[in-house]
Design a protein around this ligand. Structure first.
Ligand code: PA5
Length: 437
């Protein structure tokens, strides 16, 4: 089963076949660096094997734990920031009802899921605490380092809330920790309080961790089929390990990005025509932004939801500075959710569309936009998905992870570190500590 293909045909006017051919050696070099583990960040390549080297006992424990969480709470709060929440949030948005948290439990069939600890807004936290006061709550706090300020602050506040509600032992039954296997403050807190713990492997960085318990536990609570996600990713890990660029769309994507970047296309917009991809796009932005943006290099990863953003960013994309290329996720659903009804009066003059599915109308917006943007000087890559299911999204996750690592190596950076993230933290801590003196 494949389900994912990439259409590069709309790059023909921007990149020649010869230019692509010239990338061969760079692709081979990057492929070797990943496969032989000889490149920068070589000790952070564990994500490559996650779909294949599965720990079945661990997967079962995740599934059992998800069932327990489903039974014990009305609201499941996932605390984490960056790579410690974006993947799970992306998957839950893709595979659950758009209005999931507003449905009744019998309609939804799993607890409300709220993501917290990804900001330091006092308003947000106060509102969250007020909301949780009369609910049954369970928490999954996720932090690899175990010391990130945003989740740590939120966890302290919610831990106290749970202890007031259920007592120390009762709270411990409802707190699940995902962190490093050996070290870190969160690890120590979990051990001391005997919280159920899940481990983020040492050789997997935050933004590559969606297929570890970081993403899998929240997904399982939302009844997402985590084995299908892993199966799709496993299939992709074989498919996209072919060294020859002619047979590897993932490597081709990495190569084209590199060529476009060198031609001044310094901004990539990942676009989708469905708002359920909002957080997938956020996940993509973090993956590529933190991996490539260093040494004064890097494509600026951006995102758009069409047709919504055609009414805000469309003008700029069509006619603004020609430094943009787009990668569009096009889902070919084989089912119709809703059709436009016919009305006798036809006051809105929409009867010419009566009987058409909304997916069909949305698809025409996609075709129309694609051609307009390409003609306007915006190279477009189209990633076609045969459906929106766990297996295919598992493939897509691995496609982007591998393309990101390849792109980073081709750009000459270490795609697995993030030294620049420390600068703001250092200043902030200095301010917070000096304030305390
Ligand atoms: O990709 C990364 O490493 C980061 O974005 C982290 O995921 C993020 O900073 C959160 O870190 P931690 O999980 O240590 O709290």
């Amino acid at each position: 089963m494949q389900g994912l293909s990439v259409d590069f045909s709309r790059l023909d006017n921007f990149v020649s076949k010869e230019e692509l051919k010239l990338m061969d050696y760079k692709i081979k070099e990057a492929h070797k660096m990943l496969n032989e583990k000889t490149g920068a960040g070589r000790n952070m390549l564990g994500w490559l094997d996650l779909p294949t080297n599965r720990d079945d006992d661990e997967i079962n424990r995740i599934k059992q734990c998800a069932l327990k969480i489903q039974k014990q709470c009305d609201v499941f709060v996932v605390i984490g920031i960056g790579g410690s929440y974006l993947g799970a949030k992306a998957m839950i948005d893709l595979f659950t009802n758009n209005f999931s948290n507003m449905l009744s439990l019998s309609q939804r069939k799993f607890p409300q899921i709220i993501f917290a600890g990804n900001n330091m807004s006092g308003k947000y936290l106060r509102n969250l605490v007020e909301y949780l006061e009369d609910k049954d709550v369970a928490i999954n706090v996720i932090s690899k380092s175990g010391k990130t300020l945003e989740p740590a602050i939120t966890f302290r506040i919610l831990k106290i809330l749970l202890e007031q509600k259920y007592g120390i032992t009762g709270a411990a039954e409802r707190i699940y920790v995902t962190t490093d296997s050996q070290k870190g403050l969160l690890h120590d807190i979990a051990k001391k309080n005997e919280y159920e713990m899940f481990v983020i492997p040492d050789d997997v960085g935050g933004r590559y961790s969606v297929l570890t318990p970081v993403g899998l536990l929240p997904m399982a609570v939302a009844n997402i089929n985590i084995e299908d996600i892993l199966d799709g990713a496993q299939f992709a890990s074989h498919l996209f390990n072919e060294e020859c660029i002619d047979y590897n769309d993932c490597y081709k994507y990495a190569a084209y990005r590199n060529i476009l970047y060198n031609k001044g296309k310094e901004i990539e917009i990942l676009a989708s025509y469905d708002p359920c991809f909002r957080y997938f796009i956020e996940w993509f932005k973090q993956l590529f932004g933190e991996s490539e943006g260093k040494n004064a290099k890097g494509i600026f990863p951006s995102g758009a939801l069409f047709s919504t953003d055609l009414h805000s960013m469309g003008q700029l994309i069509q006619e603004g500075k020609r430094n943009i290329f787009e990668t569009v996720i096009n889902v070919n659903l084989d089912r119709s959710f809703i059709e436009l009804p016919k009305t006798d009066e036809n006051l809105d003059e929409l009867n010419y569309l009566a009987g058409k599915s909304i997916e069909y109308i949305n698809k025409q917006a996609f075709y129309g936009t694609l051609e307009a943007h390409v003609q306007g000087g915006v190279p477009n890559i189209v990633i076609n998905l045969d459906d929106l299911n766990e297996y295919i999204i598992g493939e897509l996750i691995f496609f982007f992870e591998k393309a990101c690592a390849m792109s980073g190596y081709m750009l000459g950076v270490n795609p697995f570190d993030q030294p620049g993230v420390e600068a703001y933290k250092k200043n902030m801590m200095n301010l917070l500590i000096s304030d305390n003196d």
